[in-house]
Ligand binder design. Structure first.
Ligand SMILES: *Cc1c(COP(=O)(O)O)cnc(C)c1O
Length: 389
C-alpha cells in the first residue's frame, strides 16, 4: 500500500501547537462561531462552505475527520454525515432529477434499496437492479436516461463483487456518475477512486469508528462533487455528524489498521477451519480461492475483511435456531466493525422453510471481531456439537 497511513492518521491536519500540545484532537462542541466585526461576519457568510460559521455546515472537528478520510480514500475531499444511509441518500439525490434512471447492483444494502424503490420512485426517478457479477450483462441495462450507476463491492451478506475499473471506464465514457459503497472493505482494503469511481460512500458506523458506539456516514469525492453536495443536500437535509461523533471516529481511526488487520486475519483462520467441517454446505467469502470472483477480489481488495457467511447442512429452522442460540461470543446483532464478534442468522427473517426470500434460511452471516480466534473457534465447535440435540 503506497499511502502513508501513519502520517494520515496521526500527523495530517493536526496542529498540536494550536491545541495546547494536546495529543488527542480537541472537540469543538459548539453550534456556532462568533466574529468581532461586521466585515469578518460578512466574510464568514461568503465562505460558509469552507470555514466555520455554523456547525450544520463546517466545524473544525468534522473538518479534521474529512481531511483524513479524503487522504485515506485518495479523493480531493470528503463529507461526514449522520449515518451511512444519509451519506448514500445525499450522494444519489445530488445526481438525479425527475426522468432520470439509476442502475444498481442486484442486492444492495436494504435501505439503499428503499431509497430507490420507495423514495426516488415517488419523484420520478426510475431504477433497475441487475446482477453485476457479469459486467457486460450488468451494463446492458444502461438506458439513455441512466445518470447514476450504483455499486456495492462486495455487497452485503453474499459478498458479490463488481469489476469497478471496467464499470467506471464505461460510465465515464457515457457521462454517467458512478457511486460505490465501500463500507465492507473500509478505506484501507479497497480504493474505488483509484479505479475510476466518482463517489465513494461508507457507513462509518462499521470499521471506521470501530467501537460499536457511533452511527455516521462518509462521502469521498472530488472537490467539485463535495462542494455540490455540501451546498445542497448536506445543508438543506441537515443530516450532519455532530462534533462529538466526529471526534469518536477520529479516536477510532487511530487504530483502524490494527483492527482491520486483526479482524481479517481472524476471518482467514476461521475460514480455513470452517472448510474442514462437515456441517458446512457453502461458504461465502471473497478471498476463498474457490470463489469464482477470487482473482477479482485479489486484484481489487487488499484484504478480505472480517465478514463471512455460511449455509449449514441443517434440516430445519429449529436446528438453525439451536445453533445460533448456543453461540456465546457471537452476539445476535445487526451492523459490525466493533470489538465484538456478531452473527446474523437469516432464519430470523423466516417463519417457515418454504417462504421465498433471496437469502436461504440456513444461512448465517458472521462478523469476526477482535477476540482470540481460538476462543471463537471453540465457541463454533461447541455450537456444532450441540445443534442436533
Ligand atoms: C451499515 C451499512 C450501511 C448503512 O450505514 P448506517 O451507518 O447504518 O446508516 C450502508 N451500506 C453498507 C454496506 C452497510 O454495511
Amino acid at each position: 500500500m503506497d499511502k502513508n497511513i501513519s502520517e494520515i492518521l496521526f500527523l495530517l491536519g493536526e496542529n498540536h501547537d494550536e491545541w495546547n500540545n494536546a495529543v488527542a484532537p480537541p472537540i469543538y462542541q459548539t453550534s456556532n462561531f462568533c466574529f468581532p466585526d461586521v466585515s469578518s461576519f460578512r466574510n464568514a457568510f461568503r465562505q460558509e462552505k469552507e470555514k466555520p460559521l455554523y456547525t450544520r455546515g463546517v466545524n473544525p472537528t468534522t473538518s479534521l475527520l474529512r481531511q483524513k478520510l479524503a487522504a485515506l480514500e485518495g479523493t480531493e475531499d470528503a463529507l461526514v454525515l449522520s449515518s451511512g444511509a444519509a451519506a448514500i441518500a445525499a450522494a444519489v439525490i445530488n445526481k438525479v432529477k425527475q426522468g432520470d434512471h439509476v442502475l444498481c447492483v442486484q442486492h444492495p444494502y436494504s435501505w439503499t434499496n428503499t431509497l430507490l424503490t420507495k423514495h426516488l420512485a415517488r419523484f420520478g426517478v426510475s431504477h433497475t437492479f441487475a446482477d453485476a457479477c457479469d459486467t457486460a450483462h450488468f451494463l446492458s441495462h444502461v438506458q439513455p436516461e441512466t445518470k447514476v450507476i450504483y455499486l456495492e463491492s462486495p455487497n452485503s451478506i453474499t459478498f458479490e463483487l463488481q469489476d469497478l475499473k471496467t464499470i467506471a471506464a464505461f460510465a465515464k465514457e457515457k457521462g454517467i456518475v458512478t457511486i460505490c459503497d465501500n463500507s465492507y472493505a473500509s478505506t484501507l482494503g479497497q480504493s474505488p477512486a483509484a479505479l475510476g469511481i466518482d463517489i465513494v460512500v461508507h457507513s462509518a458506523t462499521k470499521y471506521l469508528n470501530g467501537h460499536s458506539d457511533t452511527v455516521a456516514g462518509v462521502i469521498c469525492a472530488s472537490k467539485e462533487n463535495i462542494q455540490s453536495i455540501l451546498g445542497s443536500e448536506f445543508l438543506t437535509l441537515g443530516a450532519i455528524c455532530s462534533p462529538m461523533e466526529a471526534w469518536l471516529i477520529l479516536r477510532g481511526m487511530r487504530t483502524l489498521q490494527l483492527r482491520v488487520e486483526r479482524s481479517s486475519s481472524t476471518a482467514h483462520t476461521i475460514f480455513q477451519w470452517l472448510k474442514t467441517r462437515s456441517e458446512i454446505e457453502k461458504i461465502y467469502f471473497p478471498h476463498d480461492p474457490k470463489n469464482k470472483q477470487y482473482d477479482l477480489a485479489r486484484s481489487q481488495m487488499h484484504f478480505s475483511g472480517g465478514l463471512l457467511s455460511v449455509c449449514l447442512k441443517a434440516s430445519s429452522i429449529q436446528q438453525m435456531e439451536k445453533f445460533s442460540n448456543t453461540l456465546e461470543y457471537f452476539r445476535m446483532a445487526v451492523s459490525w466493525g466493533g470489538y465484538e464478534s456478531l452473527q446474523l442468522p437469516v432464519c430470523t427473517f423466516y417463519h417457515n422453510e418454504n417462504e421465498r426470500h433471496h437469502l436461504p434460511w440456513n444461512m448465517v452471516r458472521f462478523y469476526f471481531g477482535l477476540e482470540d480466534a481460538d476462543v471463537l473457534i471453540r465457541d463454533l465447535e461447541n455450537a456444532f456439537s450441540q445443534w442436533k440435540s
